[in-house]
Design a protein. Sequence first.
Length: 73
Amino acid sequence: MKTLKEVSVGQTAVIKKLMGEGAVKRRIMDMGITKGVEVYVRKLAPLGDPIEITVRGYELSIRKADAELIEVE
């Protein structure tokens, strides 16, 4: 199992599954991160948090803790 946190900068990954429950899962889904969507990792903040990604044409920042809950392929 590989999570979004493990995807290297400059790589694209496809969302396979969202883990987590309740408000955390809802927050991730509200960003447009759902199963089958392509996510491009643009850059990592100097200390590794947050991770800057592009989803559905939008540039977003996601916390490392949230990225660990997103399984990718």
